[in-house]
Design a binder for this molecule. Structure first.
Ligand SMILES: [Zn+2]
Length: 394
């Protein structure tokens, strides 16, 4: 464990920010500001957690963007049809390419996820149904496993079905109360219909950011001096003028989404705590504070050609002092871009401020059966896990 001083914070400094461009930094600042305000409000008024006031605005804004897009495309088609033959063909082809890039597509499970057949993991399926029942939602239609250090729920197709993706490394490193809490958190997202509303916002965000990137390719890249010569300066000014309305719309939606998606995370945490207990949820979150629990141990085992799953099972828990250091780093560090979650330290803090009871304790026989099922599905994933980790480590 690294050494650090709890008084002055030496040894718990956040990593230096990356030079990722002005827009990246603006989005990070916006997410951090939303996180801080939201945390303050929910700390003072815990009862306001149950309602996400910004959700409706974010969804309405997204729907407006998604409805306006086809109208704009039709208007452009009409304009293009007024041109000469060759220009018409050229511009229609360009427009078709852009439409293909931004059109909403049906949602699928990640291609690398392995769907578990009902007969393959009946005890796991029962357990997930039990947690979903305690949360008051229909269990996911499909359960899949992959090699991510994560767990998530997704809507499938255009939203009639749902899927749960269990990252086997994360599952393996967690204790049973933490697994229950993490599952309950995901079911909390289904209860809050976060996946359904989040998809509309996701489509609108993707549409707007794709347009920004098409009109101003350097916008999302590390800072470069666009005004270094006269020609470049004129081009940069023109690009800024053309992209400004789309950038303004994208940043507005980003701000609305930062508030509603972070609020949804706090609400899913609270609901999970009501099912699994605050202690289990807090402990599961503590394992996510970077560096995520078990990852280094797993990587070392893979380098030494040992069993990564065993390494994850035996990964030591950080000491309380080390957890305090990780929380301090997380609290003062950058907000991760694209991460709709509040900083983990704030999530833990809110759970600790307003603890709730709860605890789902399936019989040990059931847990043993699930354990056997999950060990059985490791086989096909092991080589992929090794290859991915070795490639990441170079
Ligand atoms: Zn979540």
């Amino acid at each position: 464990m690294p050494t650090w001083c709890e008084r002055c914070g030496k040894g718990a400094e956040p990593p230096a920010p990356l030079d990722s461009g002005r827009i990246y930094r603006a989005r990070q600042a916006l997410a951090r500001k939303a996180a801080t305000r939201l945390h303050q409000r929910l700390s003072e008024q815990p009862d306001s957690l149950a309602v996400i006031p910004s959700r409706r605005v974010a969804v309405a804004f997204s729907v407006a963007v998604l409805l306006a897009a086809p109208l704009v495309v039709l208007a452009l088609v009409w304009l293009i049809l007024q041109l000469g033959f060759y220009l018409k063909i050229l511009f229609l082809a360009v427009l078709a390419g852009i439409v293909l890039l931004i059109v909403p597509r049906p949602n699928r499970l990640p291609p690398e996820a392995t769907v578990l057949a009902p007969a393959e993991a009946p005890a796991l399926r029962d357990f997930v149904s039990q947690v979903a029942g305690a949360m008051g939602v229909r269990p996911p239609d499909a359960i899949a496993v992959d090699i991510d250090h994560n767990m998530s729920v997704v809507e499938l197709g255009y939203g009639r079905r749902t899927g749960l993706v269990i990252g086997l490394p994360l599952w393996t490193v967690l204790s049973w109360p933490e697994r229950t809490a993490t599952l309950a958190h995901e079911m909390g997202h289904l209860r809050g219909r976060d996946t359904r509303d989040g998809r509309l916002v996701f489509w609108a965000r993707r549409l707007l950011w794709t347009l920004v990137e098409l009109l101003w390719p350097d916008a999302l890249r590390p800072t470069r001096n666009a005004f270094s010569d006269a020609g470049g300066a004129i081009a940069a000014v023109l690009q800024h003028i053309i992209v400004a309305p789309f950038l303004a719309l994208a940043m507005t939606l980003e701000r609305l989404d930062a508030v509603q998606s972070q609020h949804a995370e706090y609400l899913a945490d609270r609901r999970a705590a009501q099912v699994a207990g605050s202690a289990a949820m807090t402990s599961a979150l503590a394992g996510l504070l970077p560096p995520q629990r078990g990852v280094t141990t797993m990587e070392r085992a893979i380098r030494q050609r040992e069993d990564p799953w065993r390494a994850l099972e035996q990964a030591p828990k950080p000491t309380d002092r080390e957890l305090r250091r990780r929380r301090a780093v997380c609290a003062s560090g950058e907000h991760q871009l694209g991460d709709s979650h509040p900083p983990t330290s704030m999530r833990i803090d809110l759970l600790e401020r307003h603890p709730v009871g709860g605890g789902l304790h399936p019989p040990s026989q059931t847990l043993r059966r699930i354990e056997e099922e999950m060990v059985a599905v490791r086989g096909p994933l092991t080589q992929r896990l090794r290859d991915t980790v070795l490639m990441r480590l170079g």
